[in-house]
Design a binder for this molecule. Structure first.
Ligand code: NAD
Length: 345
């Protein structure tokens, strides 16, 4: 396994491999950049098939956080951590505390929070070992579960995409295909349902599918069918890499706008979507609501209007990116990346 020559290595400042035999912790913390401030990004717990897969995920996700925080206008750098474990069977308080000690050793250059497989309650346990954690339920500036704010940002950003692509931002009567009914996906479905959208949903967990059928009158399809169902918008809200050589030629949606990180299997898939006339809203620009919510806690903000204002600016920025891309006839992904690079420079 290589690091400095790894295809996903992008000048990362620091990569920590943390092992605690007593609790069974095997974790990787990747700090991509602290140029704009302490690296902030969630912790993902996933039963990765290999250490290589976990390292690739940590490197890619942490780079994505640098861009996400930069585009969202936050004074935070990019970092991310992954714990190689099955959250349903291997998550223990000892393991979470050992992870907290590893984060603590980084001296505040990395601040952790929730991601896939990790809950607010888990972060409360991590806090027993380090103060460099956010997304907490209790404490002076506790911001709690970031996913409702992420979902709100995705919902509003999706409306901007509809506006740019169709001339109307109304979701009523539109068909939206939501992949993944976890923290963000379920909140997004609730917002879309309340606004009158028709939902097609999928999850690998049948209980979550049954819940969405009941609560949102959603139509369920198999996990391998959701990306290519007939819909106005495809909203990936599960894991990354869903937009690839196999799915892009078969997509029926005119817009892709979802919460999942790293939706493009490879960077050039942004151009493949553009070539097919599909409007892709860059994931790192669209799903920043959660980190904005977390930033409020990290920075100890007390001004009540800051969250709404910053989320509003994020959503307005999405429209600017999509319009600039349309005017120049290019993929919005490159426009958003250039925007982030300007801030980093
Ligand atoms: P989560 O773990 O709560 O939910 C993920 C859901 O996806 C689960 O219900 C899981 O069963 C389902 N899933 C997994 N593989 C699937 C497949 N092949 N097909 C259909 N469903 C599948 O995670 P979350 O917090 O809701 O995050 C979802 C995505 O959004 C992740 O990529 C995450 O990195 C990203 N994200 C989350 C936040 C946040 O605030 N939680 C913020 C920014 C980005």
């Amino acid at each position: 396994m290589s690091l400095f020559t790894h295809p996903e290595f992008d000048g990362h400042e620091r990569v920590l491999f943390a092992h605690d035999p007593a609790s069974g912790l095997k974790a990787i913390v990747a700090i991509h950049s602290t140029r704009l401030g302490p690296a902030a990004g969630g912790c993902r717990m996933w039963p990765y098939a290999s250490e290589e897969e976990a390292l690739a995920d940590a490197l890619r996700l942490s780079r994505g956080m640098t861009y996400k925080n930069a585009v969202a206008g936050l004074d935070l750098g990019g970092g991310k951590s992954v714990i190689i474990a099955d959250p349903r069977t291997q998550k223990t308080p000892e393991l979470l505390r050992a992870f907290g000690r590893a984060v603590h050793d980084l001296g505040g250059t990395y601040v952790t929070a929730e991601d896939v497989g990790v809950s607010v309650a888990d972060m409360e346990i991590v806090r027993e070992a380090t103060p460099h954690v956010a997304g907490l339920e209790t404490g002076a500036h506790a911001s709690g579960d970031p996913s409702p704010v992420t979902a709100r940002g995705v919902f509003e950003g999706m409306r901007k995409a509809l506006l740019v692509a169709t001339g109307s931002d109304d979701v009523a009567g539109r068909t939206i295909a939501v992949q993944g009914l976890g923290h963000v996906g379920r909140h997004l479905c609730a917002l879309l349902h309340a606004a009158g959208a028709r939902l097609v949903v999928s999850d690998i967990d049948p209980a979550r599918v049954a819940d969405a059928e009941r609560a949102f009158d959603a139509r369920a399809v198999a996990p391998d069918a959701i990306a290519t169902v007939a819909a106005d918008v495809f909203a990936p809200c599960a894991l990354g890499g869903v937009l690839d050589d196999a799915t892009i030629p078969r997509l029926k949606a005119r817009i892709v706008a979802g919460a999942a990180n790293n939706q493009l299997a490879r960077p050039e898939h942004a151009d493949a979507l553009h070539a097919r006339g599909i409007l892709y809203v860059p994931d790192f620009a669209l799903n920043a609501g959660g980190i904005i919510n977390v930033a409020r806690e990290i920075e100890g903000r007390t001004d009540a209007g800051w969250l709404t204002e910053t989320l509003g600016a994020m959503v307005a920025n999405i429209e600017t990116i999509l319009r600039e891309a349309a005017e120049r006839g290019v993929s919005p992904n490159g426009v958003a990346e250039a925007f982030a690079r300007r801030r980093l420079a």
